[in-house]
Design a protein around this ligand. Sequence first.
Ligand code: GLN
Length: 538
Amino acid sequence: MLKYIFITGGVMSGIGKGVTAASVGKILQSRGLAVTAIKIDPYLNVDAGTMNPYIHGEVFVTEDGGETDMDLGTYERFLDVNISKEHNITTGQIYLTVIGRERKGELLGRCIQIIPHITDEIKDRIRSTAKKSKADCAIIEIGGTVGDIESLPFLEAARQMRLEEGQSNVLYIHVTLVPVLDVVGEQKTKPTQHSVQELRRIGIQPDAVVVRSQSELKPEPKKKIALFCNIEERAVFTSPDMRSVYELPLILDEQSLGEYLSERMLLKTRKPDWKAWRRMLQGFINPEYRVEIAVCGKYAELADSYVSINEALRHAGAANNASVKISWVETEIFEEDPSRLQGLEGYDGVLIPGGFGARGTEGKIAAISYARQKNIPFLGICFGFQMAIVEFARHIGLDGANSTEVEPEAEHPVVDLMPEQQSVDQKGATMRLGANEIVLTPGTLAYRLYRRKSIFERHRHRYEVNQRYLARLEEGGLVFSGRSPDGLRMEILELPGSLFHLATQFHGEFKSRPVKPAPTYNGFVAACLERATATGKK
Ligand code: GLN
């Protein structure tokens, strides 16, 4: 019998509901269960692809080319499984399907209503997605905060599911915040009480509460939450401040969340095996070395728009026994005052992430150029790859080289729209998306990093290296060490003779896992560490 665990959120957003959902999954996975996770986003967009990452956070790309909520990335990293795009359910998708059926006449004669038509469609999707992934247990995170109008149909569907699936097959975990307001450090439980009351008002009695708080919940507030929220005291768990998010599964399991879930869901599980996870954590918690990396982009300060890059760097750091300090650098400052490029000297590496549009591009190109000349390790991702092409083209004398995304009438359009994109007139889900095969050239740095000839990496772009300039770039010394199987699409560039100057058209960060860092990031951080050691930093 498939088990379903719904994760809801209270009090406010941004308290780590996604990490909690992923940790609950990890706890069950460590007991031998096959676990999958689903994210529900109660907005009307069909997917996250058309949303501004600088406002809503990163658009995470799945193996099958879904442009999804960044929580799917959290699930993949914790559970070390690939999750398909159906695992991100939005209000937009639900309504589109139901209205589509109504227009076709499939619901002829009936009045279409939120209950049952919308709620039935929600339940159908949750069930079919969970079944398709062959999991024993599906974790379903409902985005937003209890009390939002948008999430009501989803909560109603969750409520109905327990009636239909049985008491022991559906569980509800509510994630809330306990703030500390005064100097004596009193933990305030009232917001939690209120949000659970709201949940109970719509018919959901949570089975457990996970409380986000600076430090462990004291006995008194714990008792209070149990009493006012109508749950056992042992079902109140704390998620305190941590050194690394990857500690949370262990912290919750030490509070017996695993046993509690197994008991409530009548699971016959084996003893949890945390050996590999603990070993992996060592690198995150007690690293011996330290590197500092400048991530140069626009609106660089919003770290949430680059979560996967952030995580991939940390995974690679842990694998190299180094903590990674990431500094977000706005590239427009290099355009205003080129002397500020010298500031890059103080970092062990420069990373140019993906991006869209013209603003800040000259600054990015200048940063790449500086890194190349000063032999500072450089990693370019997607737009960063394209800018590295432009930079190198200008360096070998192609004055006026640019991407046509930035300058449609560029004298040397070294990066241009992919042929299949010419006729695309809609924005949603029309980029080159998801995993594609890439063939690596033996003897290159890329090949040494992957130690394989064929790899699959995830994409999200419309532009590519212009074929017409290939020979010129190669004659100039640039090596294309990864290409599409037909040899026509350039996927990796590298510059032999430098400490590390490599860029990829794909996003290696989407497949990086704490237990399995992305090879390109791993190589980059190793080179940064080499520079840090050489310059006497530790
Ligand atoms: N804007 C570029 C393109 O569409 C790069 C996209 C990206 O960095 N994800 O090709």
